[in-house]
Design a protein around this ligand. Structure first.
Ligand SMILES: [Zn+2]
Length: 351
């Protein structure tokens, strides 16, 4: 007999697919609010996986990943349960901002508490209604506003289940990253629910490649966990992900107008010129080079050319074989190119 699954007072039976509205504190103009949670329960018992989006309210790539995921025909024959929460930070999402109306970062407020701040209450609700019912999780993020991330997994690889999930996602890069106090990932680890974070694209924008890689990645994790049958279509070459040893930020040496000279995913060598920062008028003496402080691969960068001294411009990850990583990023981009990729025929690409 499968265990009973109840979310916000509603029972979801094996074989059922249901959207449950988890009630949240009202908006101040008395509008009631809820967090929609879609529960797809297979007839057969298996892992219970949550997939969450927009914990940071403006990181909307995950919302589209989840929309495509729940419509995917590949979920047929699901074993276990898929619980998707496209928008966790409903307040931030409405306001198109990362934060909650109390200016807190939800991803620093987990596990939260019933009597705490608005953020703490939302975190607590998510833990009790979602995380505590789950065996595994994938949390979907993007870079912060005006920045872009190469599709990457962030995970604490000292946990073998986490490592297995991270590798099976097939993002080109894995950052073995520690757990930040107050993050959802940290709170999940405390209650023994292995979670990986997928970071791809930028806030308030859609990026077709980041979305496709996300949908495909979650499905691959589900196959690895035994929730879906192995894919019969072998035309997709799996990417062998590379694990970064560490990463560093290259910061603006001065304030000014920034010209970026290397693309995302590029391999760089310590001392390479990555860009120039100059005054808005044509004084050549005011121009300063932005230099790579280490060798590696660009996994994140700013996309606003107006910079203040000290602002993070590039995120460089260090690898043992950076040349191979750069090749693999290229292969990954080609694999997911909407004009040649026929693995998701039901979706028209966002251009
Ligand atoms: Zn985020």
């Amino acid at each position: 007999m499968a265990e009973e699954l109840i979310i916000a007072g509603q029972t979801i039976a094996p074989g059922q697919n249901k959207v449950v509205d988890v009630p949240l504190p009202d908006l101040y103009m008395h509008t009631s609010l809820s967090m929609p949670v879609q529960v797809m329960r297979g007839r057969r018992d298996g892992p219970v996986l949550f997939v969450s989006g927009a914990v940071h309210g403006d990181e909307i790539v995950g919302v589209e990943i989840i929309r495509r995921l729940v419509r995917s025909k590949r979920l047929k024959g699901l074993k276990g349960t898929l619980i998707t929460i496209p928008v966790v930070n409903v307040y931030g999402f409405i306001n198109q901002t990362r934060y909650l109306p109390d200016r807190r970062d939800l991803n620093r407020c987990f596990p939260g508490s019933e009597e705490g701040s608005l953020a703490a209450r939302l975190a607590n609700l998510f833990m009790s209604e979602v995380v505590h019912k789950c065996t595994h999780g994938v949390d979907l993020h993007t870079a912060a506003i005006h920045r872009d991330n190469l599709p990457q997994i962030r995970a604490a690889l000292d946990n073998p289940v986490v490592e297995e999930m991270a590798r099976s996602f097939n993002a080109p890069v894995i950052l073995n990253s520690g757990l930040i106090e107050g993050s959802l990932r940290h709170a999940c680890q405390q209650v023994n629910v292995p979670v990986i974070v997928y970071e791809a694209g930028e806030a308030l924008r859609f990026n077709e490649l980041a979305i496709r890689a996300g949908v495909r990645g979650v499905l691959a994790v589900m196959r690895k966990l035994g929730m879906l049958a192995e894919s019969r279509t072998k035309h997709v070459k799996p990417v062998d992900p590379f694990v970064a040893r560490s990463s560093s930020w290259v910061r603006a040496p001065q304030s000014g107008i920034f010209r970026m000279l290397v693309p995302m995913g590029a391999q760089v060598t310590k001392g390479d010129i990555l860009g120039m920062v100059a005054a808005p008028y044509g004084d050549e003496k005011s121009e300063t080079k932005v230099v790579a402080i280490c060798s590696g691969v660009i996994i994140g960068r700013t996309n606003i050319p107006l910079v203040n001294e000290g602002e993070a411009l590039f995120h460089i990850a260090r690898f043992n074989r950076p040349d191979e990583v750069a090749d693999s990023v290229e292969a990954f981009n080609t694999n997911l190119d909407p004009s040649t990729d026929t693995s998701a025929p039901e979706e028209r690409p966002i251009i």
